[in-house]
Ligand binder design. Sequence first.
Ligand SMILES: [Fe+2]
Ligand SMILES: [Fe+2]
Length: 270
Amino acid sequence: MAVDVLSTADGRLKTAKSRAYAAEWRESRSRGKAIEIGTSTPPDFPARPAKPELLNPRDVPKRRPGTEAGRIALLHAVAHIEFNAVDLHWDIIARFGHVPMPIGFHDDWVKCAEEESRHFEMVCDCLESMGSHYGALPAHAGMWRAAEDTADDLMGRLAVVPMVLEARGLDVTPRMIDVFRKAKSEQAVAALEVIYAEEVGHVAYGSKWFHFLCGRENADPKDVFHQMVRRYFHGALKPPFNEEKRAEAGLPPDFYWPLTEDLPPPGRSE
Ligand SMILES: [Fe+2]
Ligand SMILES: [Fe+2]
């Protein structure tokens, strides 16, 4: 199921499959007969549609959020993040099937994948009601980097994807909601509020299973987190942080503040 989602290029088809498989999983769990966790080899790179064109982030044109074109560009970037997030959650299930984990691990990531699928669809609906669509603009080419870098390391994957990248979403989403509130774009505000609320859960699942693995190895979670982020994440963490939502998601300040010190000296790019 996970590999089928990863191998599907079209956005709406990918998310439809993702939601159908999530429902199947949930139904099997509620009957007390969980679908067997098999093993399968996920693709190194998930299938991608012909559009959007994927560019180096430096070459993705920046637009001001004060304009309609700027707001479309912002939502397009969010759609691209959600699209990749669907694949990231199915990838963790498929790629680490050989690591023995409690069944709740699978429940959590299936639920996240299902939520990301809805996030993608809601943001696509917004783009379409603004006369655009996912694929109309170029998008960031580096989205799969974190998955590649941590393909052999479940602890690294949890540290970098939910606990760094998805936590970053908690920092930036409130400002985005403000942009659309000012523009009286109610549909976008509603979509972003769902995303904001549900992403707390994704970070929390990351923190929960990261702590679980550290506990199983009798390792200090904070130290291991610092090691993993320094090994696999390129660049420093950038404040300001949403400390309240991060705390709600099980991410205390001593996990992320020390990693801001890795910022390169001014004038030098990473
Ligand atoms: Fe999301
Ligand atoms: Fe997420």
